[in-house]
Design a protein around this ligand. Structure first.
Ligand code: PRP
Ligand code: ZN
Length: 289
């Protein structure tokens, strides 16, 4: 049995839960703090994201999903967290940036213009490190939530906060001035896990890999003139090698293969110029190699 801490409500919540569903876990997310998976030895704990690294370090939770920014800040704050928590998996979702932002009507004069200014943030260590590197001394106000309202209530001249879509900044009359850190969701694990818990985590990681590999890949089926089959096969990577089936029409074969999402259109273009026709592209749900 393993306890997984997930952000109670926020940017990471939906994507984290969706990943667990794609990994085959069946559960209900009620309003409660805890909720068991019905078909996997795992219990969800729904917590404030900023608290998750400390809970994992202390063994209250065994693993967690947080923004890397939250982990880095927590590690800078506490040597105990730094020595008791590891990254198990980079998850590739909830990409965001930690940025300096100022009231939108102001002209941004570079990071030097923040010299002596008051900056509100929940990430004082990351901000402090960044400013020190630029030779800027500012008055950092650590606040734990609703950082974006600090300038309008006269608490700060600027803020340093997570920006994803940018809508929080916009609706608070702020604009992004400087990106200081880029982050994505990571799965973290405590150092205290038993060998049985490590096995459960390995099973979960195996499923995460299958899901994320599938997302980066498409399944394609096409008809190829037999005369250009060699050239078409040379374009296709496949898991091992493409599957080729002769069609009733002797001059043609059907080819099945998988192609990476990032070079997908380039591959399609090359296949078409070699005479491929009737190209079907299908999503892959899971991919186990
Ligand atoms: C962050 C940040 C903003 C929001 C920005 O919150 O504090 O509120 O995301 O996203 P947007 O650019 O898409 O509007 P988070 O989910 O980390 O919750 P928390 O600040 O309450 O921990
Ligand atoms: Zn947070």
């Amino acid at each position: 049995m393993i306890k997984l801490a997930i952000q109670k409500s926020g940017r990471l919540t939906d994507d984290s839960l969706e990943l667990m569903r794609e990994c085959g876990l069946d559960f209900n997310k009620s309003g409660t703090l805890k909720s068991p998976a019905f078909n996997f030895p795992l219990e969800f704990l729904f917590l404030r994201d900023d608290d998750i690294p400390a809970y994992v370090a202390d063994g209250v939770a065994d693993i967690g999903i947080v923004g890397e920014n939250v982990l880095v800040e927590a590690e800078a704050h506490s040597a105990h967290i730094k020595t008791h928590v590891d990254i198990a998996e980079r998850l590739g979702f909830s990409r965001c940036r930690l940025s300096l932002a100022i009231p939108k009507e102001q002209v941004y004069g570079g990071v030097q213009s923040l010299q002596g200014k008051r900056i509100a943030t929940s990430f004082p260590h990351i901000l402090q490190t960044y400013l020190a590197d630029k030779g800027v001394v500012a008055d950092i106000h650590e606040i734990s939530g609703s950082v974006e309202i600090a300038p309008s209530i006269g608490l700060a001249d600027a803020i340093c906060d997570i920006v994803s879509s940018g809508s929080t900044l916009m609706s608070n009359g702020l604009k992004e001035a400087e990106i200081i850190y880029r982050s994505e969701a990571v799965m973290i694990q405590g150092k205290h896990l038993t060998s049985e818990q490590i096995k459960v985590l390995d099973d979960l990681r195996f499923r995460i890999h299958a899901v994320s590999r599938a997302k980066k890949t498409k399944y394609i089926v096409l008809n190829a003139p037999t005369s250009s089959l060699d050239r078409i096969l040379a374009i296709l990577p496949g898991i091992k090698s493409p599957t080729v089936t002769p069609l009733a029409d002797k001059g043609w074969s059907a080819v099945h293969s998988v192609v990476p999402e990032d070079t997908f259109w380039e591959i399609i273009g090359r296949l078409r110029s070699e005479g491929a026709q009737g190209i079907l592209v299908l999503p892959i749900e899971k991919m186990i190699v």
